[in-house]
Structures are given as C-alpha cells and as structure tokens.
Unconditional design. Structure first.
Length: 319
C-alpha cells in the first residue's frame, strides 16, 4: 500500500459520507439514534446521516471524516484517506483492502453465509514473550494466571505477524485482539456469524460448573477481576466473561439467559464511567460490581502498587 496521499485525495476523502462509512465498516462500534449515530467509545460524538464529519456535544469540537477515523478508530492518515476513497469508489493510492481493522468490532461472518470475509483466527507465534511482558509487566496480571490461560484454558495466545494478543473463546467463534505496544493501541473484535458470542474462562477449569458469572467489558478486565479475587481469597467458581464493550446487549442477554436457566447469579462488572452506568440502567435485573477506579485493570494496578509499598515482594509471591 502507498504511504503518501495527495492534497486532492485528502480533500476528496474529507467529503465522504462518514455516517454511511461507519455503519458499513464499524457497525458494532456505533449506536443508532434516529438519523444520527454515536460512537460507543464516546457517546458525546455524534454523526448525522449524510454528513461528512462529526460533532462532540461535550466540547463543541467538530471534525471531518478523516479526523474521526484518526482520532477515534486509530487509523493513520494514509489508511483513513484510502479507506474513505475506496468506500466511495474513488480509491486513490489504495483499495478497500487498505482499511485497517484497528478498534473495530468487525462482525466478521463465516464463509458460505454470503456476508463479509471468512472468519479466520490469526496465526499463532512460536513464543509468547510480548504477550507475557505486556500482561504481567504493564497490566499487572499474575504470570501464573497468564500461563494458565495460555496452556490450560487455551483461551489466549500471541499472534505471529504483529505480536498482538488473541483472546479466543473455547468455541473458537469469537476473538478479541489487543496490541502489545502501549504506544500504539490496537483493538479488534471478530465473530463467526453469531453477534451474541463472547469470550470466557472459569476459575476452576473450563469443564467445571460455574457458581456465578461476571460480565466485564474486555478480556483484560475479566482477567484483572479474577486476579483481584485471587488476591482477596474469593473462592467462588466464577465464569469470567468479556463482552468487548457495553454496546452489544445480545452478549449480556445470552449470559443472563444461560445462568438464569441454572438459577445462578450474574454480576454486571462493567466500567465505572457513563457508558457503564447506562449499561447498568439497561440491566436492572443484574447484581452490580463497580470498580473503585475507571476499570478493573486500573483497580488491580492500584491494589498492587499500594500493597507493594507495604510488602515489596507482594507482586512476586502473593498470587
């Protein structure tokens, strides 16, 4: 793919219908509200139908189609220009294949169903060094937990090409992909035709009977909550789930239905922010667990820091 774009191509890309582009390429990252859509990652961002830009009603900031893809979907300038032009049928330096999947819930469909590309999991790397360094060194997750989830539960691995972390559910029909470079955030969600599929693991083994389900916004948050429970001695056999963002109510409903059929509780453990509060209001039948900070990983890091100040060897020995 070419890395340079001309001024003419940039000007043309700025005028592409952003509303239609996002509904087509990022349908699960936006919320439909009448003739407008809002971004799931920031509900104050609104895009009107037929409009080639966005408005942030919290700050009165406005931007064009390129600005939106760069600021909120982690596109580079060439990627944004090429994707918009390709979508509008006016590709300049690239084609539709140029469009990155960064921060996109792609909703990839299985082959043979007439929609999208085949669902293919990324190829595994031979080792998991970047994965372990990122989750343990940066995210504060126990190296023992990392090892268990890779080797025993087999619900995550490091992919070969970009060293991203692939969180894949046991059914192998849903994957949440996270970058391991903290300076270049990357997030992608894939599923094989079933928008209610989600990522999960169990405390006492994948074949055990769960006693309670915890619904978290991301795989890292679900693992972080599990680590917090380990630190404080929570012995219940939890089903730890990631719904990859609060916008997909179908995933929440499936978990509630499965646990409800067994007469077991569901604890909604989404983020401590406006989007999380809206999710809690949509699900008044759930018990709530709200992290003291923004999310469970921030809470875990805070616990480790405070306890490590008292006990320098805590991080190495506690769990």
């Amino acid at each position: 793919m070419e890395t340079n774009v001309t001024k003419e191509q940039i000007q043309a890309a700025r005028k592409v219908d952003l509303h239609r582009f996002l509904l087509h390429h990022h349908p699960n990252e936006v919320l439909q509200e009448g003739e407008s859509i809002r971004l799931c990652c920031n509900h104050s961002i609104s895009i009107k139908e037929g409009y080639c830009g966005y408005t942030d009603f919290a700050t009165d900031e406005t931007g064009n189609s390129i600005d939106c893809l760069i600021h909120y979907f982690n596109y580079t300038l060439p990627d944004a220009v090429n994707a918009l032009l390709a979508d509008a049928g006016r590709a300049g330096t690239g084609t539709a294949a140029s469009m990155p999947d960064a921060k996109a819930d792609t909703g990839t469909q299985a082959s043979g169903k007439g929609q999208g590309k085949p669902f293919v999991l990324p190829e595994k790397a031979r080792e998991s060094m970047e994965l372990s360094n990122y989750l343990s060194g940066i995210r504060g997750i126990s190296i023992y937990v990392v090892g268990d989830l890779i080797c025993d539960a087999k619900v995550m691995y490091q992919e070969r090409t970009h060293n991203n972390i692939v969180f894949v559910n046991p059914e192998k029909n849903f994957a949440e992909i996270r970058g391991t470079n903290p300076n270049k955030p990357f997030h992608q969600v894939m599923y094989d035709g079933d928008p209610a599929a989600f990522w999960w693991f169990k405390k006492d083994g994948m074949n055990s009977n769960a006693e309670v389900a915890y619904i978290c916004e991301s795989s890292i948050d679900a693992i972080s909550l599990y680590c917090i429970h380990r630190i404080y001695g929570n012995t219940a056999n939890g089903l730890y789930c990631s719904i990859a963002g609060v916008a997909n109510q179908k995933r929440i409903d499936r978990i509630k239905a499965g646990m409800g059929a067994a007469g077991l509780p569901v604890i909604l453990a989404v983020d401590n922010d406006d989007a999380g509060e809206q999710c809690r209001q949509r699900n008044p039948d759930c018990i709530y667990a709200i992290p003291r900070l923004k999310d469970w990983n921030e809470f875990l890091l805070d616990i480790i820091q405070k306890e490590s100040d008292r006990k320098p060897n805590l991080k190495r020995h506690l769990y």
